[in-house]
Write a protein that binds this ligand. Structure first.
Ligand code: SF4
Ligand code: SF4
Ligand code: FES
Length: 222
């Protein structure tokens, strides 16, 4: 596989042609937040939390791209942590935690990105529309028993044509990757509250001690 040189956060780097920016960043120890990405499943590009800035003209112009879907095929410049990117991530994290405050990854992302206040109405959605279940079913389990249906606020995951699927063989693969079904954030005491206790050591005994449940912390970055 041909190798491509590129620059990421000022580091001269190289990767196999076709590697995504997200995968390449990991190789160089650069952590980019993700929600709808899971190694082993095809990237989906839905949450945009993994946004970075990329330039293919030597730095004249930068565009915002989803690092999980953007493949490196030629020399590029990548910046993963700029004021523009921080603004985008803050807005997306705020919308995510407002939509699903009881879904742990939403609280983890909000804490990691430093959201201390949510300007939007807190809802109680359990599905964050990450599409992991759909891809898990189709790509790893061969089920093709799930699909997205509807648009906008009516968008949801359901069996194709909203009918009980004949192709579901109850393997549980979809459940195993669903962020809405894993242990909820242990720090939320009042429904809909913004947690962030994993970043305040004095609150940790009341929350998850030392990231036991996988919260963002030094030992367990998202
Ligand atoms: S339980 Fe059914 S819907 Fe879920 S991954 Fe398995 S086959 Fe697909
Ligand atoms: S049901 Fe779970 S895995 Fe599927 S899209 Fe919703 S949050 Fe993601
Ligand atoms: S992780 Fe890249 S768009 Fe969701």
């Amino acid at each position: 596989m041909p190798i491509v040189d590129f620059t990421i956060d000022g580091i001269r780097a190289s990767a196999e042609k076709g590697t995504t920016i997200l995968e390449a960043a990991k190789l160089y120890g650069i952590n980019i937040p993700t929600v709808c990405y899971l190694e082993g499943l095809s990237p989906y590009g839905a949450c945009r939390l993994c946004s970075v800035e990329a330039s293919t003209d030597g730095g004249e112009e930068f565009e915002v791209v989803a690092s999980c879907t953007y493949e490196i095929h030629r020399e590029i410049l990548v910046k993963t942590d700029t004021p523009r990117i921080r603004r985008i991530r803050r807005m997306l994290a705020e919308l995510l935690v407002a939509s699903a405050p009881n879904v742990k990854i939403a609280q983890d992302i909000a804490a990691r990105i430093g959201i201390s206040r949510v300007r939007f109405k807190m809802e109680d959605n359990r599905c964050i529309l990450c599409g992991l279940c759909v891809r898990m079913c189709e790509e790893q389990m061969g089920g093709r028993a799930l699909a997205f249906a509807g648009r906008g606020t009516n968008r949801k995951v359901s069996p194709p044509f909203s009918k009980k699927s004949e192709t579901c063989f109850a393997c549980g693969g979809c459940d195993s990757v669903c962020p809405g079904k894993i242990i909820p954030c242990q720090g939320v005491k009042t429904p809909g509250e913004l947690c962030g206790r994993c970043l305040r050591p004095e609150d940790m005994p009341f929350c998850c001690p030392m990231g036991t449940f996988g919260c963002f912390c030094e030992r367990s970055p998202l």
